[in-house]
Write a protein that binds this ligand. Structure first.
Ligand code: AMP
Length: 363
């Protein structure tokens, strides 16, 4: 199927009443502060909402329009797309939007103007593309092992589709890898053919910082807007059990995100933070034009040599931005007012409108 046609998207945008733009998104993930931020910047808002899940938007009064659907995936239907275009909508993609609409559909059939670069979403979803983007941008990432026989230190093993950590495990030798794999096969957690797709990487012992950047294509500037740290089940509960009891109960660690804490980093680490943000933006401009347009997140571990090591990225607004629906320490430094990531997106759309360059920030 052919890709969404840029000319067609621009022609929809040309037909929009620019004084009556709606900022729309799917009701999930980070939609509340996307919509709230849009209202703060003077836009109308619309939420595409699965039946029965409209309560938060009503109770927090963040949406002006509701497009109620039976299943999230119906966001791709011609009827919903038409409703969105009739509202002069610019859609903000987030993690749940990508998951429910589906990457292939976003690339081929979702014909509604979207904020940011729709082509870059695949680069965060596919591990090899993600590594290529980070490596070619010159960013330090965990070393990858070609196969389990090479394991010579502690490694983290990840299976495709196990994002969020369920099914991840830690091993320190080829033998330990084999033992855990055998146990997982025995429990039916994986199939024989999954083994060859196991991704094995250096285990980084450090503290977790997920860094939320915004790249303004209009100003050509990378902004640091916030940071969070993940609260993961069961690992964050497991570490509250004394080590001797941990051995007795034989629980395996998992890394499923259940929430986020706001966090700030040692000030002396910030030059590294700006460097990796700038590097990724430059890399993305070359590999996936027009590049990392808008919000992105680098998920890092900082070790005791004070190296910031990136183990994952989001090429769109990340869930951890919910820690600053009002402001973060960093967004306050930069803006001196309440500035969430959602509001920052809306402000970019507003600037694009005022400068008559909306085409630079949508695809
Ligand atoms: P991910 O699904 O890649 O976001 O990872 C989920 C969690 O697994 C992270 O938040 C970390 O706690 C942990 N993790 C992922 N990769 C590594 C690594 N290379 N070293 C240590 N911990 C990791």
């Amino acid at each position: 199927m052919s890709k969404v046609n840029r000319e067609e998207i621009i022609s929809f945008l040309d037909d929009y009443n620019k004084d009556d733009i709606t900022i729309a998104t799917l009701g999930s993930h980070t939609s509340m502060h996307i919509l709230k931020g849009a209202k703060e910047e003077g836009f109308k808002t619309a939420v595409v909402c699965e039946k029965g899940r409209d309560i938060p938007y009503k109770r927090f009064r963040v949406a002006d329009e509701y497009i109620i659907i039976d299943k999230f995936s119906e966001i791709n239907s011609e009827e919903v797309q038409q409703k969105l275009r009739d509202l002069n909508s610019i859609v903000v993609p987030h993690g749940s939007f990508v998951a429910y609409a589906g990457l292939d559909n976003i690339e081929t059939i979702f014909n509604v103007p979207m904020f940011g670069n729709r082509d870059i979403l695949r680069w965060e979803a596919e591990r090899d593309l993600e590594r290529k983007l980070m490596t070619e941008s010159g960013i330090r990432i965990p070393q990858k092992y070609k196969n389990h026989r090479q394991i010579d230190g502690t490694v983290m093993v990840k299976f495709p589709g196990a994002r969020g950590g369920k099914g991840y495990f830690v091993a320190s030798s080829p033998e330990e890898f084999d033992e855990t794999i055998a146990a997982m096969l025995h429990r039916g957690w994986i199939e024989e053919e999954d083994i060859k797709s196991a991704h094995i990487e250096e285990y980084v012992s450090g503290c977790n910082y997920c860094i939320h950047f915004f790249y303004s294509a209009l100003k050509d500037e990378v902004e640091l807007l916030g940071m969070d740290s993940r609260y993961e089940s069961n690992i964050d509960g497991l570490v509250r059990i004394p080590a001797k009891d941990q051995l007795d109960i034989g629980l395996n660690p998992s890394y499923v995100i259940t929430g986020n804490h706001p966090v700030v980093m040692r000030e002396s680490l910030l030059p590294q933070v700006f460097d990796i943000g700038d590097q990724l933006v430059e890399g993305a401009k070359k590999l996936v034009p027009p590049g990392m347009n808008g919000p992105f997140c680098l998920q890092t571990l900082v070790n005791d040599d004070l190296e910031v090591i990136v183990f994952e990225m989001s090429a769109r607004i990340d869930g951890g931005t919910n820690t600053f629906m009002h402001a973060s320490a960093y967004s306050y430094l930069l803006f001196g007012e309440f500035m969430s990531m959602g509001r920052r997106i809306a402000r970019e759309i507003k600037s694009g409108k005022e400068e008559d360059s909306l085409d630079k920030v949508i695809t």
